[in-house]
Design a protein around this ligand. Structure first.
Ligand SMILES: NC(=O)c1ccc[n+]([C@@H]2O[C@H](COP(=O)([O-])OP(=O)(O)OC[C@H]3O[C@@H](n4cnc5c(N)ncnc54)[C@H](OP(=O)(O)O)[C@@H]3O)[C@@H](O)[C@H]2O)c1
Length: 271
């Protein structure tokens, strides 16, 4: 049985999809723990949610690129006597450019935030969920994890494919214990993501039907994890792209990815 007020930890709650998760779940009667680096953003969101929904919101700022961050975060949660029922592994960003064009430190930080931190958070919080016989883990992956890798943003598709496979295994290991795990796979979503990667102008050239709001992504994510879906691609257009990719022979799919990467990088050069 779910607790009367489930407690949800949202990573990357200071913007975009994470902030939308916090708003959506607060409206559904959840208490929250919000984390990201920008403490003032988190405090402001916490104030808004307390005032609007009367929920308890704990703000625990953390830089997930720091190898000690997850341990410290989970210690801080335990010290407050809090038990996390829902984990939304959402924090993420893109690294533009090719693999060799970026410093190793950049790649290392990326791997920590997008791959190590979600796995470590799940590892630390799962035992409590299993013990209580109730838990939900949403790993925010991407459509990028289902389509061939691109030239540029080299580790991004790889990290999202990893999250999808990780979610599948974790879901199979835990579903008989009341813990649902879902890899949520959005396509292009309005958020600060493309401002952070510096690709906003480029992205604005994409047709509007390719885009979803963060709120729509979150609503689909909530329904998917409650329904027990292990992998959920959001939006009809994205599901069509995923299905089409599966139908194409690998070589043709890779050729298309190479063509799109080239077009993208040509546009990038003009900005
Ligand atoms: N937007 C899209 O088109 C799209 C599509 C598919 C999947 N996604 C995925 O959706 C997730 C959320 O992205 P978004 O679109 O909502 O982007 P966003 O608006 O830029 O939000 C990203 C969040 O991640 C946090 N974050 C970044 N680096 C961090 C770090 N080192 N430590 C802790 N938190 C960190 C940011 O907080 P601080 O800067 O305050 O730390 C922010 O709250 C990501 O995993 C992304 O890969 C996005």
């Amino acid at each position: 049985m779910p607790p009367a007020r489930p407690l949800t930890l949202v990573t990357g709650a200071s913007a975009g999809i994470g902030a939308a998760f916090a708003r959506d779940l607060a409206a559904r009667g959840h208490d929250l723990i919000l984390t990201a680096r920008r403490a003032e953003r988190l405090e402001s969101l916490a104030g808004e949610l307390r005032a609007r929904h009367g929920c308890t919101v704990t703000v625990l700022p953390a830089d997930l690129a720091d190898p000690q961050a997850v341990h410290a975060l989970c210690d801080a949660i335990a010290q407050r006597g809090l038990a996390v029922d829902w984990l939304v592994n959402n924090a993420g960003y893109g690294v533009p450019g090719t693999f060799e064009a970026n410093e190793w430190a950049t790649h290392e930080a990326f791997i920590r935030v997008l791959m190590t931190a979600p796995a470590e958070l799940a590892w630390r919080l799962l035992p409590g969920m299993r013990q209580r016989g109730y838990g939900r883990i949403i790993n925010v992956a991407s459509l990028a994890g289902h389509v061939p890798g691109s030239a540029g943003h080299t580790l991004y598709a790889a990290s999202k494919a990893y999250l999808i496979k990780f979610s599948q295994s974790l879901a199979l290991e835990n579903r008989h214990l009341g813990v649902h795990v879902c890899a949520l796979c959005p396509g292009f979503t309005w958020s600060e993501f493309h401002d952070v990667t510096g690709t906003r102008e480029l992205m604005n050239k994409l047709p509007k039907f390719m885009w979803q709001t963060a709120e729509d992504v979150v609503r689909e994510g909530y329904d998917a994890v409650e329904h027990g879906d292990i992998v959920h691609v959001t939006g009809g257009v994205n599901r069509f792209i995923k299905a089409l990719t599966k139908l194409l022979p690998d070589r043709l799919a890779l050729w298309l990815s190479a063509r799109e990467s080239k077009r993208y990088r040509a546009l990038e050069a003009t900005h």
